[in-house]
Design a protein around this ligand. Structure first.
Ligand SMILES: C[S@@+](CC[C@H](N)C(=O)[O-])C[C@H]1O[C@@H](n2cnc3c(N)ncnc32)[C@H](O)[C@@H]1O
Length: 260
């Protein structure tokens, strides 16, 4: 039995609308995407296989917002909302942002997932370029709605622009990895970039900033604040003003050391 039949049949038996439901399950198993009570935005959600999986994983007190340019037949689950529109249009992205209540400092979304794919033309370079464009639209949504520490999983077809896309995403998250779920068809060039730990910090790795050491933590590191964000600085004393280089940024704090 081919991989296609196996997952197709399984989806039929288990009541999922699309075999792709198993890709999301595998992404979640590999990368730990969802938790109970999460708010999830699912881009390119029709016919709704991923919505079913995400709605189960976030439980009744979580929320999933499904977006597609095609109509999605509503699910039985009542923790799912729907937005219809083309995500290459700014007005659709604005509608998604508004629907989840993301506004300035308010960033209520825990996970953005995108299974968007272009209509295939058979011209590999063109299909790749369109898929990267859709992935960048998903990245834009993520940047507007994700809470600090949130995750993004986005489908893209392998090809020459993948490395740039991955680097751009990586700059805004703790780390990114490529995942090729078993449930993807063997012949497929699709993969998922799974980015963990969205960074809203005012500093990035490699930045140099002048800070005042305002406290000393339990591990002996100095503590400085940059726009309210905590920097742990090694080898300094409380009360010093020092120029530091940022080495490692986490969603809620970063590590730094004196610049020279
Ligand atoms: C592979 S299907 C998604 C399957 C879905 N994850 C599921 O499990 O049911 C890709 C979807 O992306 C949607 N899509 C592609 N381009 C889009 C765009 N520009 N805006 C919104 N949706 C788009 C398509 O309409 C299609 O429903």
């Amino acid at each position: 039995m081919s991989g296609k039949d196996e997952y197709y049949n399984k989806a039929k038996q288990q009541g999922y609308r699309a075999r792709s439901a198993y890709k999301l399950k595998q992404l979640d198993e590999t990368a730990g995407l969802f938790g109970p009570g999460n708010t999830v935005v699912d881009l390119g959600a029709a016919p709704g296989g991923w919505l079913q999986v995400a709605a189960e994983e976030v439980h009744e007190h979580g929320t999933v917002v499904g977006v597609d340019r095609q109509r999605i037949d509503p699910l039985e689950a009542d923790n799912v909302e729907y937005v219809r529109g083309d995500l290459t249009e700014d007005s659709t992205i604005d509608e998604v942002v508004e629907r989840v209540g993301a506004d300035g400092e308010d960033r209520p979304v825990d996970v953005v997932i995108s299974d968007m794919a272009p209509n295939m033309t058979g011209d590999y370079d063109l299909d790749h370029a369109r898929s990267v464009h859709l992935a960048r639209q998903a990245f834009e949504v993520a940047e507007r709605v994700l809470d600090s520490g949130g995750d993004l999983a986005v489908k893209v077809f392998d090809g020459k622009d993948l490395a740039d896309l991955e680097a751009d995403i990586e700059a805004e998250f703790e780390y990114v990895r490529q995942v090729r779920p078993d449930a993807s068809r063997e012949s497929s060039s699709e993969l998922y970039l799974v980015a963990k730990g969205y960074l809203t910090a005012p500093v990035r790795e490699g930045d140099t900033v002048e800070v005042e050491i305002v406290d000393v933590g339990s591990e002996g590191d100095g503590i400085a604040k940059v726009e309210g964000f905590t920097l742990f600085v090694s080898g300094v004393e409380e009360g010093e003003t020092v120029e530091v280089r940022v080495d490692d940024v986490k969603p809620n704090y970063a590590f730094a050391q004196p610049a020279e």
